[in-house]
Write a protein that binds this ligand. Structure first.
Ligand code: PEP
Length: 253
C-alpha cells in the first residue's frame, strides 16, 4: 500500500524568526493530532538545522530540501551536493520542480542525474512532473507527463524506483488558485500508476506514493485526498501558514 505523504515546499521564503515560529506551530499541531501519514518540510538549505532541531523526534515528521546538484562534488560554485544534505540528516529532496525546470533550465536529463545521485546516497527523490497550460489546452497532457517520466525515471531499476515519491503538479495550477477538476486529477494519477505498473509490475505500482500539487488548501484538500490514486499532496503557498497547513494535514490519515 502506498504511504500517505504531505510535503511542504517553502520555496525561497521566510526569515529565521518566521521559520522558528512556523515550524514550532506546525510541530505542536501535528503532535496534538498524530496519525500515520508522513510529513516532510522542504525548507531552504539555510534552515535545515533549525527545522531539524525543532522537529526533534516528532513522529512521522522529517526535514527535506528543495534541490541538489547532479554531480557528486567539485567546482560548482554555490551548489549543494546530495552527500552534504545526507550528512545533515536530509533524506528527501524535491527534484524537477517546474520552477527549476523553467527558471534554471533543468532538463529531463539533468533531473535524471539528480535522481541517480540521490539514490546512490540512499536518499528519496520527490520527483515532480506535470504539464503546461498549453499541453492541457491542446490535450497533449498525457504525452507530456509520459515523456517526463520516461526520460527521468524509467532507467531506474526496481529497487531504485521504490525510493521515489512522485508529485503530479500541473504547472498551470501552481500558485494560481486554479485546481483541475477532481476527475482530471484522478485520471492523471491513474495514468501514472498504470505506467509504473506496466514497467515495474503491480507490487511496485501499488506501493509508490503519487501526490498531487497545485493550489491545495485546507478547503479543497479533503476531496483531493479522497481520490483513489492520490496519496497526499505537495503544498506550496498554503504551507507558509501553520493553520492552513495543519488544516490540510488533518485531511490525510
Ligand atoms: C508547488 O510549488 O509545488 C505548489 C504546489 O505550490 P502551490 O501549492 O502554491 O500551488
Amino acid at each position: 500500500m502506498s504511504k500517505n505523504i504531505i510535503i511542504a515546499n517553502w520555496k525561497m521564503n521566510l526569515q529565521p524568526e518566521e521559520v522558528k515560529k512556523l515550524t514550532s506551530n506546525i510541530i505542536k499541531g501535528i503532535a496534538n493530532n498524530i496519525n500515520e501519514s508522513k510529513k516532510i518540510l522542504c525548507v531552504p538549505f539555510l534552515y535545515i538545522e533549525t527545522a531539524k532541531k525543532l522537529i526533534n523526534e516528532t513522529k512521522n515528521v522529517f526535514v527535506g530540501a528543495q534541490n541538489c546538484n547532479e554531480n557528486k562534488k567539485g567546482a560548482f560554485t554555490g551548489e549543494i551536493s546530495c552527500e552534504m544534505l545526507n550528512s545533515m540528516g536530509v533524506k528527501y529532496v524535491i527534484i524537477g520542480h517546474s520552477e527549476r525546470r523553467e527558471y534554471y533550465y533543468e532538463t529531463d536529463e539533468i533531473i535524471e542525474k539528480k535522481i541517480f545521485q540521490l539514490i546512490s546516497n540512499k536518499m528519496c527523490p520527490i520527483f515532480c512532473c506535470g504539464e503546461t497550460l498549453e499541453a492541457r489546452e491542446n490535450k497533449s497532457y498525457f504525452d507530456y507527463v509520459d515523456s517526463q517520466i520516461d526520460k527521468s525515471l524509467f532507467r531506474l531499476n526496481s529497487n531504485q524506483i521504490s525510493k521515489v515519491i512522485v508529485a503530479y503538479e500541473p504547472i498551470w495550477a501552481i500558485g494560481t488558485g486554479k485546481v483541475p477538476q477532481l476527475k482530471e486529477i484522478e485520471e492523471m494519477h491513474k495514468f501514472i500508476r498504470k505506467k509504473i505498473n506496466n514497467k515495474y509490475g503491480k507490487i511496485i505500482s501499488q506501493n509508490i506514493s503519487i501526490l498531487y500539487g497545485g493550489s491545495v488548501n485546507a478547503s479543497n484538500a479533503k476531496d483531493i485526498f479522497n481520490l483513489p490514486n492520490v496519496n497526499g499532496g505537495l503544498i506550496g503557498g498554503a504551507s507558509l501558514n501553520s493553520n492552513e497547513f495543519l488544516g490540510i494535514v488533518k485531511e490525510l490519515k
